[in-house]
Design a protein around this ligand. Structure first.
Ligand code: ADP
Ligand code: MG
Length: 484
């Protein structure tokens, strides 16, 4: 479709994000909430809701949900009931899902996102608690659908935004922000591939300047940020084509197929269930007392934006560095630990954003799994600052060696590997003289004004000293000898 046609519309997106809470047990019983166990090993009669069993709310789940609400500046509901959402599905052993319909634990609030057009506040409608369903497993060559109820009853929060996002890029930025936040709060592992963080996207179009939103389509259960963005892009295009043809968009639930990059209709809103919500008679309402709320506030860790501010104000990092280093909490923590052992904060930032980050990305690791200790990295920076080691040798030779053998100190390792910088005139001067003798034509060119030749001489010195010559001293000596 021509972009000019798309230009006539405003894209409206609201997200519903499910995050599995990191509790040890399920939301209303003591079954383990662990992921990846053998099927149906965490399934008691309470998970299956056998007659006569009584659920009991896991307060830890409520505490984690409240933490998310506090981080999003939501209003925390003090009196909450839990509702039954009734429907039949094979992976729902009880025939209803425990959720919060009328009294979400957190109301309102917002999250800031930043895209290339700047920073924007995305208002939240609510955050409520609910339980996850089990899993249907369709194996190849297996006629029956298999059911694993381990996940049934694992606590979730559902974060619902207002229809305030205006592009797939903003939706992707919002998801990135949510994932970062739940990881900083340590309330969810944020692992989208394993399904502990999932996203439904509601998408509609309206003519620019229109007063009313268009009919929305809901795209279900996407398990990567890239899929969210691509599914929305596809959906926007599909709806625009329909509208341009004068056809109506049908309110429906669609699914996204990552292989084709397209969305497909699943069911229309007319086929929607009547869930017959009513308060669960077996679960007592939850009251959030002043004391409990104060205690949760007290236990809040520093949030991504607080870390970012700190890196700028305390460690004097440029805003860009602070943003990159706070993308992950382990990286921010690692940065601060190294800074306990050196004052050259900008050098620490450069090392982390450069060689360390490349290594972590390549090996799919987080900074807390990086083998080099904060002290060792600080010592490495110290050697460079003291002019005992040059950066190229340090990053290309000593750094990989240190990763392989993190128990040795950088200094011992550099000495053993003979990498220490040579700042001795006595050893560099003869090498410079030798080079000048070997390249008389280049010397001539230099004298005729081709100053760039200096780099070539420098390269020769480094080659012959295996990169160990003190670059400042080498430059001085080359210049002196060239103009002799
Ligand atoms: P429903 O009644 O279909 O559940 P809700 O009003 O509860 O719809 O909203 C569900 C989600 O859909 C929210 O994230 C909301 O922001 C989003 N949403 C609502 N209306 C629209 C719309 N016209 N276009 C895009 N998203 C929308
Ligand atoms: Mg709704």
């Amino acid at each position: 479709m021509a972009t000019t046609a798309l230009d006539r519309y405003t894209v409206v997106i609201g997200l519903e994000v499910h995050a599995q809470l990191l509790t040890k047990s399920k939301i209303y019983n003591a079954d383990a909430a662990a992921y990846g166990s053998l099927p149906n090993t965490h399934v008691s009669v309470i998970t299956l809701a056998h007659p006569g069993t009584l659920p009991k709310l896991n307060r830890k789940a409520a505490e984690l949900a409240i933490k998310m609400g506090l981080a999003c500046r939501s209003e925390i509901s003090r009196y909450q009931i839990f509702d039954r959402k009734n429907y039949f599905y094979p992976d729902l052993p009880k025939g209803y899902q425990l959720t919060q319909d009328r009294t979400p634990i957190c109301k309102g609030g917002y999250l800031l996102i930043s895209t290339k057009t700047g920073e924007r506040k995305i208002p939240l409608n609510r955050i409520h608690m609910e339980e996850d369903a089990g899993k249907s497993i369709h194996l190849q060559d297996e006629a029956d659908t298999l059911l694993d109820f381990n996940r049934a009853g694992v606590p979730l929060i559902e974060i619902v935004t207002e229809p305030a996002l205006r592009s797939s890029e903003e939706a992707s930025a919002f998801m990135t922000e949510i994932r970062k936040l739940v990881r900083y709060l340590e309330i969810c592992d944020g692992n989208m591939e394993e399904g502990s963080l999932r996203c439904d996207a509601n998408v509609s179009l309206m003519l620019k300047g229109a007063k009313e939103y268009g009919k929305k389509v809901e795209i279900k259960n996407m398990n990567s940020i890239r899929h969210v963005q691509r599914a929305i892009d596809y959906e926007v295009e599909r709806q625009a084509v329909l509208l341009e043809r004068g056809e109506a968009v049908v309110s429906e639930t669609r699914t996204y197929d990552a292989n084709t990059g397209q969305t497909y209709g699943m069911r229309t809103k007319e086929e929607l269930n009547d869930y017959r919500y009513f308060p669960d008679p077996d679960l007592s309402p939850l009251e959030v007392s002043d004391a409990w709320l104060a205690q949760i506030k007290e236990s809040m860790p520093a949030l991504p934006w607080e870390w970012r501010e700190k890196l700028i104000s305390v460690y004097k990092l440029p805003a860009y560095d602070a943003q990159v280093l706070t993308d992950s909490k382990p990286m921010a923590v690692y940065f601060e630990e190294i800074c306990q052992h050196t004052d050259n904060y900008k050098a620490v930032s450069n090392w982390l954003m450069g060689p360390v980050k490349s290594y972590l990305n390549e090996h799919h690791l987080e900074a807390d799994q990086f083998p080099v200790t904060p002290t060792a990295l600080a010592q490495l920076i110290g050697l460079i600052d003291a002019n005992k080691l040059n950066f190229a040798v340090a990053s290309q030779q000593l750094f990989p060696a240190l990763i392989n053998d993190p128990s040795r100190s950088p200094e011992t390792l550099a000495l053993t590997m003979n990498l220490m910088q040579d700042s001795d005139i006595g050893s560099i001067q003869p090498i410079v003289e030798q080079i000048i003798r070997e390249f008389p034509l280049k010397v001539e060119e230099y004298k005729n004004g081709k100053k760039a030749i200096l780099t070539m001489f420098m390269g020769e010195v480094m080659k012959r000293t295996k990169g160990k010559a003190d670059p400042k001293l080498a430059t001085e000596l080359i210049l002196k000898n060239l103009t002799k």
